[in-house]
Ligand binder design. Structure first.
Ligand code: CAO
Length: 592
């Protein structure tokens, strides 16, 4: 099976054009039309696609090489080569002949253009001289000589009327069956009128836009031909010296300023594929995107191979890259931005949850989550990601406490108070917050200071039909058990009815989550940032406890204290649960 030569097509009056990217390697399997190299002249950037599907057996060019029409860039072993090479050769010969014919006629045309452009230049110069005093002039931006491309489709318009553009900023992207190329602005200024839109077909010399050149900018005033001359001495790009990633649409981002810190490579890695190690190069190169979008993605480190294109035929647009980066950042930062006073995001890209069609496995029904569950899911996720949690387990002997509660329950009920174990736990937690000031603190957002609170407000997790709510009991340390029980009953009742006011769920220093009425032996509650601790309470049970001479039945309450390990160390946490256990075990100390 003979290898075919892949040549640089007729690329107009581009000669000795630089190879700025080689998108494939020897041995790569390529598809028909897959871009192989990217060329950049001072007039446009274009990609040379593969003429057929197959394997690249040899690469004839490297980055930095200069190529012209007809130069062989690679050898391709075609996938569907039937062995009838003679036909291919004949075809090749035809194409070459045609190309030669075309190029000779293009040369003729070029000569004619050149004389025209000289005239143009003269008049432009005159105008530019007049202009030097201040305001710009309105010049036509035309499709340059794009070789044997005729009636080429505009697949992207990268600017809008009114946009300020810079010299060389891509304005439109054209795509033929041979290559994709971008037509850059011939000068700096403002786009006053767009003459083309997506889907239009254009040929050499067609006016694509009117540009009001920046005042006194002689270079920009002459349209494509003239500006290309002026660009020759101000060409900004050399190896390792990329152009800034300015993009087309007005007011749009300059990615280096707000480039993401996480995804793939770092900002500023532009044009250097060797730095994009975390990006799948092969997948990146195969992605369907125009040269400028490709370059933009490289500069901000976005992996094109992971991005779904919303353009025609799945082409990846600049917007798609931005959406991808925004989503990636949101995932990395979790809900950090939603939580005032939370610690900075820690990084470590969190893979997106796959969107699975469960109906393939059986019948399903999809219901939207209630608002509260959506909000608490965000908060829980943020806290899970941001806080280094540790949970300290302990138990409390609440035999006496429960005896006291049972003895007073009916009387309390008659007074309109529902006396549950939780009221005692709130009282014990308030004492712990006073005893251990760090438990009653919050980290500042920069994680460099602790804010110690001199008030004791405790949130209680309430299970409601719409999800978990956390009403806050204020100044718990200043209240008696009955008052705490009364307030708890009132707040949890109104939480279930959806009648809590916003400020009744604010300002907590600490939280308690009691599953005692439900069951379980222990669990690991999640700290509610910016609090630094949460007490989980599980179901009490009668257990045999050795009293020194015999086993005695005692009512044992399991405690699970989760804490922020940045603020509280393990020894302190064990002391805190020990303190809680002591308070709950000896009612006298609790009520004092
Ligand atoms: N062990 C055994 N029984 C317990 C108990 C414990 N630790 N704590 C409470 N109980 C008992 C109560 O004594 C009560 O029984 P009696 O009526 O015989 O006294 C019964 O369980 C029900 O109590 P309650 O739920 O009405 O009241 P409470 O004060 O214990 O709890 C509240 C109030 C609002 C915390 C609770 O109703 C609730 O919503 N709990 C769920 C909290 C939750 O979902 N947490 C998980 C959040 S995710 O981390």
């Amino acid at each position: 099976m003979a290898a075919q030569e892949i040549k640089v097509p007729d690329i107009g009056d581009f000669d000795e054009v630089e190879v700025i990217e080689v998108l494939v390697s020897e041995g790569d399997e390529v598809e028909e039309e897959q871009p192989l190299i990217t060329l950049e002249s001072d007039k446009a950037t274009l990609e040379v696609p593969s003429s057929a599907a197959g394997k690249i057996t040899e690469l004839k060019v490297a980055e930095g090489d200069k190529v012209s029409e007809g130069d062989v860039i690679a050898m391709l072993e075609a996938a569907d080569a039937s062995g009838d090479d003679s036909e291919d050769e004949a075809d090749d010969a035809d194409t070459d002949e045609e190309a030669e014919d075309d190029s000779s006629s293009a040369d003729d045309e070029e000569e004619a253009d050149a004389s025209e452009s000289e005239d143009d230049d003269d008049s432009d110069d005159d105008e530019a001289d007049e202009d030097a005093s201040g305001g710009g002039e309105n010049v036509e931006v035309k499709v340059p000589d794009i070789g044997d491309f005729d009636e080429v489709e505009v697949i992207e318009v990268l600017v809008a009327e009114g946009d300020d553009v810079e010299e060389e900023q891509p304005l439109i992207t054209l795509e033929s069956d041979k290559a994709t190329l971008e037509v850059p602005s011939s000068g700096a200024g403002k786009i006053t009128e767009l003459k083309v839109s997506e889907g239009d077909k254009v040929s050499e010399g067609d006016v694509i836009a009117m540009l009001e050149t920046a005042g006194g900018d002689k270079k920009a005033s002459g349209g494509n031909k003239k500006s290309s001359e002026s660009k020759a001495d101000s060409k900004p790009k050399k190896d390792g010296e990329p152009k800034p990633p300015k993009r087309g649409k007005s007011g749009k981002d300059e990615p280096q300023d707000d480039a993401p810190t996480q995804p793939a490579a770092k900002a500023g890695d532009s044009g250097d594929s060797s730095k994009l190690k975390s990006v799948d190069e092969d997948r990146f190169n195969k992605a369907h995107a125009s040269p400028s979008v490709r370059k933009y993605a490289r500069q901000i480190g976005a992996d094109l191979g992971r991005i779904e294109g919303s353009g025609r035929k799945g082409r990846i647009l600049e917007e798609d890259v931005q959406t991808y980066v925004r989503k990636t950042l949101e995932q990395v930062q979790g809900g950090a931005s939603a939580g005032a006073g939370s610690a900075p995001a820690g990084g470590g890209g969190v893979p997106a949850q796959p969107d699975i069609d469960y109906s393939q496995f059986g019948e399903v029904e999809t219901n939207e989550l209630p608002r509260i569950r959506k909000l608490s899911a965000k908060a829980v996720h943020r806290n899970w990601l941001l806080i280094p949690h540790v949970t300290q387990f302990d138990t409390a002997d609440i035999t006496e406490m429960e005896a006291f509660r049972q003895a007073n329950k009916e009387k309390a009920k008659a007074d309109g108070v529902k006396l549950t174990p939780l009221a005692f736990m709130l009282k014990a937690a308030a004492a712990a917050l006073r005893e251990f000031p760090d438990l009653n603190s919050s980290l500042t957002a920069d994680c460099e200071h602790l804010v110690h609170k001199h008030y004791v407000h405790i949130a209680v997790a309430v299970d409601t039909p719409n999800g978990l709510l956390m009403p806050v009991l204020k100044n718990v340390d200043q209240k008696g058990i009955y008052q705490i029980a009364r307030e708890l009953d009132d707040l949890s009742g109104r939480a279930r009815e959806g009648k809590l006011k916003g400020d009744e769920m604010k300002g907590a220093c600490f939280s308690i989550s009691s599953l005692g009425g439900v069951g379980g032996t222990a669990f690991t509650p999640i700290v509610n940032s910016p609090e630094v601790g949460i007490l989980g309470v599980s179901k009490h049970s009668w257990q045999p406890v050795w009293n020194g001479s015999e086993f005695e039945p005692r009512l044992i309450l399991p405690l699970s204290l989760s804490y922020d390990h940045r603020v509280i160390d393990g020894a302190k946490a064990a002391r805190i649960t020990g303190f809680l256990s002591e308070k709950l075990s000896d009612l006298r100390t609790l009520l004092l």
